[in-house]
Design a protein around this ligand. Structure first.
Ligand code: ZN
Length: 298
């Protein structure tokens, strides 16, 4: 993810092979970028293959496995009891406290959906880092300078100074909510085998198809995050002005912010499409980016 003035961005380092990062957009909007790492994969959940009779063809493609996941028929994300800190977080300690409460709420909300097909594992840890003081956060090993957060094997790390601007506390908070929800979307993908399937398939494809698949993965993470936020909009106070801010942010997350011109996270238009519809439906059924037409994941 590329740094830019404005919104905070999340990143995810997927189960080893792939890393996914969200960055700040140049025009004060979050952008996302995928980064590959050399960490060996340790998937939490073995990817599920579709059941099929011996005579039928088993579809091992990303579309077949990730696109037919039981997550899409697991129902709506529930509203859960989520008591968030009332004051917009500013300091490292406040941001960490907020993120940890939020993640605990997402664990509670997603467990029944993920649990329909796999053992649910809560996020193991949430950590904050400062690129200027890497020794203070050894857990968030080697964060990339161009990302604002990442997910890696059950851990979420975020770059806290990106969200500590005292001039825009509410804006930062909504941006932070969007970021943490997106990163948690990668945890849902890992918990349901979608991420593992993605990891196993990405290297087989042409660069163009790899990028398209990365966009499907990233757009889905934001979509799942939006489904949670929509279901829990009351707890997160996402109405009125804050909802207008959220809608503005999700309309300005995308590859347009990537100064390297890498098309790995999708356009503003695609990001807005998936997040807006999932916020309304509150269901992962709205997030099957793996079976969407290419133009929907452009
Ligand atoms: Zn991501």
């Amino acid at each position: 993810m590329l740094k830019a003035a404005g919104f905070g961005v999340l990143a995810v380092v997927v189960a080893g092979v792939a890393g996914v990062a969200t960055t700040r957009g140049e025009s004060s909007v979050a952008a996302v970028q995928v980064v590959r790492t050399s960490i060996s994969p340790t998937p939490v959940v073995t990817p599920r293959k579709p059941t099929a009779s011996p005579s039928s063809t088993i579809d091992l493609s990303l579309e077949g496995l990730a696109g037919s996941n039981k997550l899409y028929v697991a129902g709506k994300v529930p509203a859960v009891r989520c008591v968030l800190p009332g004051k917009p977080p500013q300091t490292k300690a406040e941001l960490l406290a907020y993120a940890r409460v939020m993640v605990a709420c997402m664990d509670k909300a997603w467990a029944p959906l993920v649990g329909q097909q796999a053992t649910f594992y809560p996020i193991k840890t949430v950590q904050a880092y400062d690129l200027k003081k890497p020794a203070a956060s050894p857990e968030c090993d080697k964060p990339l300078k161009n990302m604002d957060a990442f997910y890696r094997k059950g851990m979420i790390c975020f770059e806290w100074p990106e969200f500590s601007n005292p001039d825009e506390p509410v804006w930062n908070l909504v941006d932070f909510q969007q970021l943490i929800a997106h990163e948690y979307g990668h945890h849902v993908q890992q918990s349901t085998g979608i991420l593992t399937t993605y990891d196993a398939n990405w290297w087989k494809k042409s660069k163009a198809v790899q990028l398209e698949n990365e966009r499907r993965l990233e757009l889905q993470a934001s979509c799942l995050g939006a489904a949670f936020l929509g279901a829990n909009r009351s707890s997160f106070k996402l109405s009125g002005e804050r909802l207008r801010i959220w809608k503005f942010i999700v309309r300005h997350v995308g590859d347009e912010n990537n100064t390297l011109k890498i098309r790995d996270h999708g356009s503003y238009k695609s990001h807005a499409y998936w997040t807006t519809q999932a916020f309304t439906s509150t269901a992962p059924a709205s997030c099957n980016t793996f079976k969407a037409a290419p133009k929907r994941v452009s």
